[in-house]
Each structure stands twice: as structure tokens, then as C-alpha cells.
Design a protein around this ligand. Structure first.
Ligand code: PGA
Length: 231
């Protein structure tokens, strides 16, 4: 099974910087093995640029697009929201849902997250649901049981996000049990200071299905170096 690596650019960079990023990525991604499935999740306003530059060209058959969030509502009068209908035509395959920064700064609740999961699935977009250990069971319970098993779940310990130090392999592997208990046997990924210098034992561990990457995707050279280490 291929490993899923999601680049979450958050609210970083402007258009010119993304042009430089894509130039470097396009050249380097050729050397990344096809056992790695790459998902690029730029800010929404840059989605069209990514789509035009990367998707038509089949630069890397295992690169797809994701969004960092999605509206919990269907199409309609929801000023400022971007829902699945608005994403039609961009070939968005994944949506990050319930990231701790959304929960903290935008006061997202588990009900919002459940609604977003439903919206994403109805549009054939795979939800990547982010949880801490504490939130895992409550988040799963809020989501329809038939939808739970269609999610990818990202274990994202807040104390390791953006700190430069990833969690231990032992804790990451142990937490998979919590996720499996709550969600069922779903793809399990880890996020929190994953970079090219993360312990290879973590980057190559068979029971971790991928990684959600923040800071380390911002420099395309570092991101490519990380991708090359994934097994
Ligand atoms: P980080 O972010 O890689 O910068 O720690 C990860 C995340 O927020 O998912």
C-alpha cells in the first residue's frame, strides 16, 4: 500500500513563492517512488494555480490536490464559505478536517467536523480527520458510523505541532489502537513536526500509513528530501 503524504501549506506564501515552489517540486518529484501518494493542500486561492501547473501534466501520477478545510454546509447562502460544489473541476481528492488550528482559532466543534465529513464524502472527497488522543472518541462518535470507516485519521498531538520535535514512535504506534477502537480499521497517519530529519524508524514504520506535514513542506527541497525517505 502506498504511503499518503499531505503537504499542508496553511496560510503561508504568496503566488510568486508558489510558482517557485512548484518549479522545484516538478523537477524533483520525478525521483520520488510511486509508493508515495502526495497530496498538496495549498490555500484555496492558490488551488487553481496548482491545478493548472500540476494536474493536467501528469508530472507524477501519484500527486493529487487537497483542501485545508471545507464548508460544513451545502451550496447556498453561506457568505465566505467554500463548499464542495465550489471545488468542482479542480479534482480535489482530500479534505483536511478538524485540524487543531481550526478547532482552536475558528472554534470548530465535533458537530461541525461531522457535517464537513458528510459534505466531503457526498462529493467523493476523502476526509482526513485530525484528532488528538483526548478528542478521538468524541470526534468519532459525532460522525455517522457508516462514514467513519471512509475517513483517513490523522493523529496530531498539539504538543508536537510546529515545535520541531515529533512524537516518539512508541506513542504514535500505541495511539493507532485508540484510533482503531474509535474509527475502525482506517488508514492511520501522523502529523506533528515531521521533517526530512525525523527518525527513519518513524518514516518507514509499516503501521503508519502516512504523514501530515506542515513546516517541512514549505521548503520544496526539504519536502522532496522527506519524500525520498518514505518507505
Ligand atoms: P508541523 O504541522 O509539521 O509544522 O508540525 C503539522 C500539522 O499542523 O499538521
Amino acid at each position: 500500500m502506498s504511503k499518503l503524504i499531505i503537504a499542508n501549506f496553511k496560510s503561508n506564501k504568496n503566488r510568486e513563492e508558489y510558482e517557485q515552489w512548484v518549479d522545484i517540486f516538478e523537477r524533483g518529484v520525478q525521483k520520488v517512488g510511486e509508493h508515495v501518494a502526495i497530496v498538496l493542500a495549498p490555500p484555496l486561492v492558490n488551488l487553481m494555480f496548482f491545478s493548472n501547473r500540476l494536474m493536467g501534466k501528469k508530472t507524477h501520477p501519484h500527486t493529487s490536490l487537497g483542501v485545508q478545510d471545507i464548508s460544513p454546509f451545502p451550496a447556498g447562502s453561506y457568505t465566505g464559505a467554500v463548499g464542495t460544489r465550489n471545488l468542482d473541476g479542480f479534482d480535489v481528492r482530500y479534505a483536511i478536517i478538524g485540524h487543531s488550528e481550526r478547532r482552536k482559532y475558528f472554534k470548530e466543534t465535533n458537530i461541525d467536523i461531522a457535517n464537513k465529513v458528510q459534505e466531503a464524502l457526498a462529493a467523493k472527497i476523502t476526509p482526513i480527520v485530525c484528532v488528538t488522543k483526548d478528542e478521538c472518541a468524541a470526534t468519532a462518535n459525532a460522525i455517522e458510523s457508516s462514514d467513519r470507516k471512509k475517513c483517513v485519521v490523522a493523529f496530531e498531538p498539539i504538543e508536537h505541532i510546529g515545535t520541531g520535535t515529533a512524537d516518539t514512535l512508541e506513542d504514535i504506534v500505541k495511539t493507532k489502537e485508540w484510533v482503531t477502537t474509535a474509527f475502525g480499521n482506517v488508514p492511520y497517519i501522523y502529523g506533528g513536526s515531521v521533517s526530512a530529519s525525523t527518525d527513519t524508524a518513524i518514516l518507514t514504520h509499516a503501521s503508519i500509513d502516512g504523514f501530515l506535514v506542515g513546516h517541512a513542506c514549505l521548503d520544496p527541497h526539504e519536502f522532496l528530501s522527506l519524500l525520498r525517505q518514505i518507505r
